[in-house]
Design a protein around this ligand. Structure first.
Ligand code: ADP
Ligand code: MG
Length: 271
């Protein structure tokens, strides 16, 4: 199923620093967080906790990265925030309202979008039908939202009648991200959007994430491609064994000798 990716269609390659000159970094003093996961404990099997009190704060306009070794609980944290697994203790709040344990369709209605790592498109449906599924709660806004996502991903317009299953891995990832954007979310949760893609499509994904973020969508992005992720995010969290290990700006984490040794360097690759 994972066809090799053709060269990514975008001509835009340079990304520049995450915070441009004259542009204030989001977050900071006085801003009310948009989403907070506080002391979250969650797991799959009764009495086995995978998350042992995880904390994450997302400020409006931020692009936040979550990195850490395989099995650290990164995907589990996103699933707990998106109501896919029960939160055993701790809370998730959005704009000051507690949303812990809400069903996914209620979270979507509240403006949360989620793109899982795998199986994130309906392969038998066309691109257009996948996007319709994304907006089933508000079908009247299809045309307007379709125009928005096609501007971001022109390929979707060209391939609109093609079955998603016939697309390359990179193209399917674009469909999945676009589907989540159809509901005009204020927060997007992305689970390893660059995983398994060709280097060119990985670039494309990171560039698009920056663009989506600049368009006003706050993003929490889980990534195995840790360096790349920290280069584009405002702040990052390192998770290890279901708990927070390090937190800081992307640059701070990229330059932290401990983070380099444990999570970005050769030791990280050996784990
Ligand atoms: N559906 C599941 N059922 C039981 N255990 C799971 C399930 N999914 C993940 N786990 C376990 O939870 C731990 C964390 O997994 P995960 O959150 O996927 O890690 P990461 O995304 O950081 O690689 C791992 O030990 C994994 O085996
Ligand atoms: Mg994962």
């Amino acid at each position: 199923m994972n066809d090799p990716d053709p060269p990514a269609p975008s001509a835009e390659r340079s990304e520049g620093p995450v915070v441009e000159e004259g542009e204030a970094a989001p977050g900071g003093d006085g801003l009310v967080p948009q989403l907070i996961a506080s002391e979250v404990v969650a797991g799959y099997v009764p009495e086995v906790n995978i998350l042992n009190g995880c904390n994450l704060t997302l400020y409006p306009g931020e692009l936040v990265g979550v990195i850490g070794p395989n099995g650290a609980g990164k995907s589990t944290l996103l699933k707990a925030m998106f109501g896919l697994i029960p939160v055993r203790s701790g809370t998730v709040t959005m704009g000051g309202d507690e949303i812990t344990g809400l069903k996914t369709h209620d979270l979507v209605a509240k403006g949360v979008g989620y793109v899982p790592q795998n199986n994130n498109v309906f392969p038998r449906l066309t691109v257009e039908e996948n996007l319709e599924m994304g907006v089933y709660q508000k079908p009247a806004s299809f045309t307007e939202r379709f125009e928005f996502v096609v501007e971001l991903f022109p390929m979707l317009g060209e391939r609109r009648k093609q079955r998603a299953g016939s697309l390359s891995g990179g193209e399917r990832q674009m469909v999945a991200m676009a589907r989540a954007l159809m509901m005009d979310p204020s927060v997007l949760l992305l689970d390893e959007p660059s995983a398994g893609l060709s280097p060119l499509y990985q670039d494309e994904v990171f560039i698009r994430c920056r663009q989506i973020n600049r368009a006003g969508v706050s993003i929490i992005m889980v990534e195995q491609n840790a360096r790349r992720c920290l280069q584009i995010c405002h702040r990052g969290y390192v998770l290890d064994q279901g708990a927070n290990a390090y937190t800081g700006t992307g640059d701070d984490l990229l330059g932290d000798p401990k983070v380099i040794e444990l999570y970005l360097g050769t030791l990280a690759k050996a784990r």
